[in-house]
Design a protein around this ligand. Structure first.
Ligand code: SF4
Length: 98
């Protein structure tokens, strides 16, 4: 079996994207007091690392920087995601390649 041996700078790729954040209309909202186990699933899988725990262990989430991949909706949409919608026209992420 062959093995690929290379490193990808994810932060570098994410930094090249452009974001128009709709400050008045969050496209993702969580329920109040989300279940810790469900929240921790999203800490592990969100590719933009938007679900985090602060130094005191409290859950934090900020929809700015969302890649609109839908992973959180698929994984926890029936538990702790109260709202998931595509951002409005001209809002959200614009991917940049190269
Ligand atoms: S849609 Fe994707 S990038 Fe956006 S918050 Fe959910 S998992 Fe993270």
């Amino acid at each position: 079996m062959s093995r690929l041996d290379f490193t990808v700078n994810v932060d570098g790729y994410l930094a090249s994207n452009k974001y128009e954040v709709d400050e008045e209309n969050a496209h993702i909202e969580l329920v109040e007091d989300p279940d810790p186990a469900e929240f921790d699933k999203l800490v592990m899988v969100c590719p933009a690392a938007l679900y985090q725990r602060d130094e005191d262990g409290a859950p934090t989430f900020d929809y700015a920087g969302c890649l609109e991949c839908g992973t959180c909706r698929i994984l926890c949409g029936d538990t702790i995601i109260a709202k998931w919608a595509n951002p409005g026209p001209t809002m959200g992420v614009s991917y940049r390649f190269g």
